[in-house]
Design a protein around this ligand. Structure first.
Ligand code: UD2
Length: 279
């Protein structure tokens, strides 16, 4: 769950605190406002949570999307685009790399199944009813204000938390699951925003899904080396056995996104510097 204090203060921002599963609220919002763009980012973002509570997460991650699509079809006749956020999780552990949008889909968890099903509905609403929709498949997103407290937080927010403790001379260490050779395509939040705006804006993205990453992967060992070097500090590491269900390597082919004019502006080095500067 995000924090309200992370929102910018702006007269142009109206914040409504509610759930996407609240049908009355959603109908009120969609019937009484005229939207140009809708970015759908609401979800239970934890794969582990979806495994623990498949029914509840299905209501949030799938059913609410279908309800939203119906409301958009009914009330938002002038909408320019709805962009739905899906996940690299839809590719599962199928080992062919890099992942292309046409790669084999193998959703292995309720989270991944719901993301894929919702994404397909979102795109079908374009093909079947002319609702202007697109979808994005996020790889490993990182950036300021991620909450490191949850055990399911992204590894970079956990790492940054440990480095901050170390800098304040608090005794800490990082638990690395596996041997550190697993790799991920970590994409900085500002590049994610660039991707979302392009996908929302370009006529050629209508009815399609796009990988959002950098096109480059880094191993966890190398990532820790990079941050050690930026901060000139050595993070103590405790090694534990691999996390169950972890995939080994993940990297996006982003040529479809590139064709819209996207360039990943932040290498892991640049993104980490910007992130650490903002803390
Ligand atoms: C990401 C997404 C997940 C799903 C999945 C699809 C996040 C938080 N998770 O999982 O929602 O979309 O991709 O494939 O974005 N690790 C440690 N120590 C820690 C935490 C993590 O060693 O304290 C390792 C973890 O075992 C994994 C790697 O770091 O090998 C990345 O973990 P992650 O949870 O940030 O992301 P991932 O790719 O497993």
């Amino acid at each position: 769950m995000g924090k309200e204090e992370n929102l910018i203060e702006s007269l142009n921002l109206k914040f409504i605190n509610g759930s996407v599963t609240d049908k009355n609220l959603m109908e009120e919002v969609l019937s009484q406002n005229k939207f140009d763009y809708i970015f759908h980012l609401a979800a239970v973002a934890s794969v582990a949570d979806s495994v623990a509570r498949p029914v509840e997460t299905h209501q949030i991650n799938f059913e609410s999307v279908l309800s939203l699509l119906e409301l958009v079809r009914k009330y938002q006749k002038d909408l320019k685009r709805l962009v739905f956020s899906s996940s690299a999780a839809v590719y599962g552990d199928e080992p062919t790399l890099p992942k292309k949008e046409e790669s084999v889909i193998r959703p292995l968890t309720p989270y991944a199944v719901d993301k894929f099903a919702a994404e397909q509905y979102v795109l079908d609403y374009n093909h079947l009813y002319g609702v202007p929709t697109s979808a994005v498949r996020f790889f490993n997103v990182y950036g300021p204000n991620q909450n490191p407290e949850s055990p399911y937080s992204g590894v970079i927010s956990i790492l940054v938390d440990r480095y901050k403790k170390l800098q304040s001379e608090v005794d800490t260490q990082f638990t690395l699951f596996g041997d550190g050779s697993q790799s991920r395509d970590f994409v900085f939040i500002e590049d994610v925003i660039q991707a979302l705006l392009l996908v929302a804006d370009k006529p050629e993205s209508l009815g399609k899904q796009f990988n959002v990453g950098t096109g480059n992967a880094i191993t966890l060992t190398k990532l820790i080396e990079v941050i050690d070097e930026i901060l000139d500090i050595k993070l103590p590491i405790e090694y534990e056995s691999e996390r169950e269900g972890d995939i080994k390597d993940s990297v996006a082919n982003i040529s479809r996104l590139n064709s819209l004019g996207y360039e990943a502006n932040f290498s892991i080095n640049e993104g980490m510097k910007r992130y650490l500067d903002s803390e």
